[in-house]
Write a protein that binds this ligand. Structure first.
Ligand SMILES: Nc1ncnc2c1ncn2[C@@H]1O[C@H](COP(=O)(O)OP(=O)(O)OP(=O)(O)O)[C@@H](O)[C@H]1O
Ligand SMILES: Nc1ccn([C@@H]2O[C@H](COP(=O)(O)O)[C@@H](O)[C@H]2O)c(=O)n1
Length: 287
């Protein structure tokens, strides 16, 4: 089983290999923006470029980071605007696949509208982790014209959980395409089937689970006010999603609680107050 120590080691390795550079890769986050919400942003999850920013932040950020990718550049494009540096370059950022055994994952869970995507965007901004939202990847997939796209669209509209093999394939591909090692996986695993299939297929155990604990009333208010044109942000589907969360996702959260891996955050507070607590979890492991 992969431990917290392993997570720290992986992050340190990244840190060491990226001194002098900062980077950021995200499933849907521009700096300072909320990560969720559109197929376009999800598509960016797998578009990582190798251009380097000057060193900006400390800790995991340094570990991290590749830039948000301009869509015209391939993952293997040379670092045309990189500042001069004698620091070693991690080839994982140049399009080479990182071995699955070196991947480190934090699952980000919580009810619909609990603020997972919002807080992930802040973590991406500060720590440079790769944010992969399962929902965003599925929404992009449903628009991709593939044969199961309509099935995924119907299931999302109905608040149902898409078969694990579809979601895991998308996550696995996004992880591989990123060329990176440390991931925030948001909205996954949603049920026991998701959890067991991910472990079996990837052999990855999460470092820990970041859980946003939020009352339904508050989540409902947020979802109804989100206004991103999502097919499932209507009161009928929202109620179905709450039911699925209680019946299918809570057992997964309880499983990780029993394993001592749950880091629970009270989520019906202002975003910045929440983030102050969230970031400490990641600072702890970056020192
Ligand atoms: N702490 C907060 N207080 C008030 N509103 C918030 C807070 N955090 C997020 N929001 C808002 O609530 C809405 C839902 O947030 P977000 O998309 O981050 O939730 P989520 O858990 O990722 O949802 P989903 O699982 O449905 O994708 C957004 O409009 C966001 O701006
Ligand atoms: N592991 C998952 C994650 C999501 N879905 C489907 O997507 C919908 C939206 O998810 P968000 O995390 O963006 O709220 C969700 O209601 C499911 O229909 C899934 O099937 N499996």
């Amino acid at each position: 089983m992969r431990s917290r120590t392993t997570f720290v080691r992986a992050l340190r390795q990244c840190l060491e290999s990226f001194q002098g550079q900062s980077a950021r890769a995200s499933a849907g986050a521009h700096a300072g923006q909320v990560a969720k919400g559109s197929a376009q942003t999800a598509a960016r999850a797998v578009e990582i470029d190798t251009q380097a920013f000057p060193w900006k932040t400390v800790g995991l950020a340094a570990a991290g980071a590749t830039l948000m990718a301009p869509t015209s550049q391939s993952a293997c494009a040379p670092a045309t605007e990189a500042p001069a540096t004698s620091a070693p370059i991690d080839l994982s950022h140049a399009g080479m696949e990182v071995p699955k055994s070196q991947r480190t994952v934090v699952f980000v869970l919580g009810g619909p509208g609990s603020g997972k995507g919002t807080q992930c965007a802040k973590l991406v901004e500060e720590f440079g982790l790769v944010h992969l939202s399962a929902g965003d990847l599925l929404r992009a997939h449903m628009k991709s014209g593939t044969p199961d796209g309509q099935m995924v669209a119907d299931m999302i509209k109905d608040g149902k959980i898409v078969p694990s093999h579809v979601t895991i394939s998308l996550l696995d591909k996004a992880m591989a395409d990123s060329g990176r090692k440390a991931f925030l996986i948001d909205g996954f695993p949603r049920n026991e089937e998701n959890r067991a299939a991910f472990e079996k297929q990837t052999q990855i155990q999460p470092a820990f689970i970041l859980f946003f604990d939020c009352p339904e009333k508050e989540m409902e208010k947020r979802l109804l006010g989100r206004n991103e044109g999502r097919s499932d942000d209507n009161i009928d589907t929202i109620r179905k999603r709450f039911k699925v969360f209680l019946e299918s996702s809570m057992p997964v959260i309880n499983h990780y609680k029993e394993q001592g891996k749950l880091r629970s955050i009270t989520a019906d507070r202002p975003q910045d107050t929440i983030y102050t607590e969230v970031r400490k979890l990641f600072q702890e492991i970056s020192v």
